[in-house]
Design a binder for this molecule. Sequence first.
Ligand code: HEC
Ligand code: HEC
Length: 482
Amino acid sequence: MNPRKKAAVAASIFIALLTPIAFTQAQQGSPVIPNLAGFPDPGGVVRTFSQNGDIDLTGPFFQSLGTNGRSCATCHQPGDAMSVSAAHIQKRFDQSQGLEPIFRTNDGSNCDHNIDISTLSGRAAAFSLLRTRGLIRVSIDVPATRDFDIVSVANPYGCNELSTASLYRRPLPGANLRFLTAVMWDGRESSSQSGTTPIGTENYPQSLIDDLLHQALDATLGHAQGAQPGPTPAQQQSIVNLEMSLYTAQAEDYAAGSLGAQGANGGPQSISQEAFFIGRNDPVGLDPTNPVPLHFNTKIFDIFDAWQNASSSDRQAIARGQAIFNSKTFTITGVAGLNGATFSNGVTGPDTIVSTCGICHDSPNAGNHSVSAPLDIGVADVPGGNNALDTAYLPTFLICLKASPSTCVRTTDPGRAMITGKYADVGKFKGPILRGLAARAPYFHNGSAQTLEQVVDFYDARFHIGFTAQEKSDLAAFLKAL
Ligand code: HEC
Ligand code: HEC
């Protein structure tokens, strides 16, 4: 048997032994998910490590605290890297005929009015974005103070309101949260405009904790349709204590085997040990050890260093993918929030920056942006724009400057602009944490990349990188192993 097959067989035996136990326990509501329980995903096995030992399934995170039967775990599942994969949502739809609590019309369906969910086919249609892209409808009122108007909306599902935008977003993982510099894709739970606290060097980690407490309240009132005043402070605290204790990551790879073998440091326990402070390794100089603008250590990930000369070709491919992430340079232009932007320390980003994936994913071994920096890389663009992937299933918004009504932009999601009220922030989103990816497809805020290969294709087209087929497959193998 060749080594690749051997590893795959070993992994499948391992999964067959382990996961039914974990799943049964989760489903039958017995008290705990054992710490580090493994769950199969398309790349291998994902595990979640809790610093407080076994995960107590009776805690508020797993309780229905609202009125529609949902808990946090409805959309943040340990088997899906504390997010939820579209493939598992489809499975849940098939098993429950579209009746279990994730399938609620307040935000699970494409729109919340003029829909018929009395039949199975009606539910399949109403929940199509949730089933196929894992998208939740986030509705946000147009901010009172703003320099733009939403002039028109073309929403294929009927949610065409001009004063409240229907935005379609992927659940972010409820784990590895210590690395966050903004809560939510648009940072709205870390924003003075929403009465929450921007996360900075001076107030971290208390700002993060406060934002997560507020997020737990909002999620209960919104997703779970909770009655006022929502969860008690003790329940919110317990939810945040759980979230902050959890680290999730890919732990086994079908081809490469254990991601912690032969000196590698993959898996959730090693990421739980990673140092972090706001601005760590950030090029704009907030990191005091790294004060030179646009000079930073591009070596973001080092967990697979030991596999450079591994005997297994699959392990070598992951190490090569890591090297591509760390060192392959390309030209970054036209990214609002980076090129031409003025940062808090007065530095202005050049119009053209030759750099690596890590310039925006600079937090070592976590891969998120180590400062709060909403960026428009084009993921929210309408078809024909900077997202070469399919975004035709999304609504389009025509947004114009109030002071200059002929200055307009079309987008599928105004992003950060819905929080700040600034036209300049249309299409900006945070650089998210890059761990546990294999367990939570699809990717980007709008699920426009169905696979990690498609993520790589997006970047190849967006920044004219010119990856070879080998480089693409190595980079995808690496992302799968995170
Ligand atoms: C119906 C699905 C759903 C439920 C239920 C739900 N969430 Fe979420 N969660 C989401 C979505 C979607 C996002 C991203 C939304 C956005 O950024 O606009 C999210 C984002 C988050 C984030 C932000 C992570 C980050 O990287 O910024 C946290 C934390 C979180 N949820 C925790 C919770 C908690 C705690 C509960 C229970 C009180 C909960 N969620 C219930 C769907 C859900
Ligand atoms: C100019 C900044 C920038 C660069 C360069 C960049 N990214 Fe990103 N990345 C982002 C932002 C911002 C997002 C979130 C975009 C969104 O969903 O709208 C993101 C999202 C992602 C995601 C999706 C994560 C998820 O949870 O869905 C992956 C994977 C990713 N990037 C990998 C890479 C790789 C690999 C490279 C290099 C080829 C790279 N990025 C280069 C800014 C950047």
